[in-house]
Design a protein around this ligand. Structure first.
Ligand code: ATP
Length: 317
């Protein structure tokens, strides 16, 4: 009976996502910061920090076209480039956003995210696109009727969509199965670090596994004491100073802003119903799954939850 209830709830969520569009998720009024691709990378970083945001759509004013989405991964790529070419600091300092592609080519990583969706398309489709491209956010791009030019309307994130679901779909209460009985999240081969791990090692792990956070464990004990996030890297290289990359994780975490919301944990006995309740109430980025002794069991990210609610039990996926 419980399986049936869980499946019914998933069907309701999917039906909901198919009849709503990205426009429905947007707040009535919002601002959008778009970067011209001729902007210096270090300036873009300061603007992001000043505005408390972590990504921005790019606009190529030479061709009047949308040029992809700038995210924390792009800054991490610059860091890797710098790490491989430590003598090139003067050059790194002069990088513009339109040189990011060359950097990405030079270090052999995936280029800037260019996937986008029309805001009128069903949310379900936006979600599928995000899962396929592993993007955590997707720009909404419309076309001007007269000029036929692309216009960036906004960006929707996985969090915004999941929160929209949490607020609007009351059947979520039926998602009562505990995590231990579900196939959602990652519970093996977890990337972790200690307070004295060099930050650069963690950055390499983030890139290698294409993940956005690493739980920090207490040595010998194995309990979770913190989480190092890709966004923590941004604060470290603020102002174009790369010296802080030599810090340990513990030292780097001291530089975190006072506004840091904290980390969220859950247990294997929690259900998605309670987790959605958490998402509804606070800006959860991910949940660290722990046992009664605070020992790490797994990581449950927003993309894991999105994948589960979209694809669990679907045939031919
Ligand atoms: P975000 O956390 O930025 O919203 P996301 O939801 O895509 O993005 P990621 O951290 O990129 O989350 O996770 C991608 C996948 O990797 C997920 O399946 C997640 O369970 C797994 N994962 C996340 N962190 C780790 C880790 N430290 N070790 C191993 N796997 C991880």
């Amino acid at each position: 009976a419980m399986d049936w209830e869980q499946m019914e709830a998933l069907k309701t969520i999917r039906a909901f996502l198919k009849v709503r569009t990205s426009y429905d998720v947007l707040p009535l009024s919002f601002r959008l910061i778009v970067f011209d691709t001729s902007l210096l990378v270090k300036k873009s970083l300061n603007i992001l920090i000043q505005n408390g945001i972590v990504s921005a759509p790019l606009w190529d004013s030479k061709t009047s076209t949308f040029a992809g989405l700038l995210t924390t991964s792009d800054y991490i790529n610059v860091i890797q480039y710098y790490w491989q070419n430590p003598d090139a600091l003067a050059r790194v300092d002069q990088f513009r956003l339109n040189s990011l592609r060359d950097i990405e080519k030079a270090i052999g990583v995936t280029p800037i995210e260019t996937v986008s969706i029309h805001p009128d398309r069903p949310l379900y489709e936006a979600c599928r696109k995000m899962l396929e491209s592993r993007a955590r956010r997707i720009p909404l791009v419309d076309v001007d009727d007269e000029t036929h030019r692309a216009m960036v309307v906004s960006v929707v994130t996985q969090y915004r969509i999941l929160k929209f679901v949490a607020v609007n779909v009351k059947e979520l209460q039926k998602l009562r199965k505990p995590l231990k009985d579900l196939n959602v999240g990652t519970y093996s081969n977890l990337a972790t670090a200690y307070m004295d791990t060099p930050v650069m090692d963690v950055i390499h792990a983030l890139v290698k596994k294409n993940i956005s956070s690493v739980p920090i464990l207490e040595k010998d004990v194995g309990s979770v004491v913190n989480v190092f996030e890709a966004v923590d890297v941004i604060t470290l290289i603020k102002g174009g100073n790369y010296d802080d990359l030599n810090l340990s994780v513990g030292e780097a975490l001291l530089k975190r802003s006072d506004e840091f919301a904290g980390i969220y944990t859950c247990s294997m006995n929690d259900s998605l119903a309670t987790i959605f309740e958490q998402i509804r109430k606070s800006r959860v980025h991910r949940l660290v799954v722990i046992d009664e002794e605070s020992k790490l069991k797994g990581v449950l990210t927003l993309s894991d939850i999105l994948e589960y609610i979209l694809l669990e039990g679907e045939e031919n996926e």
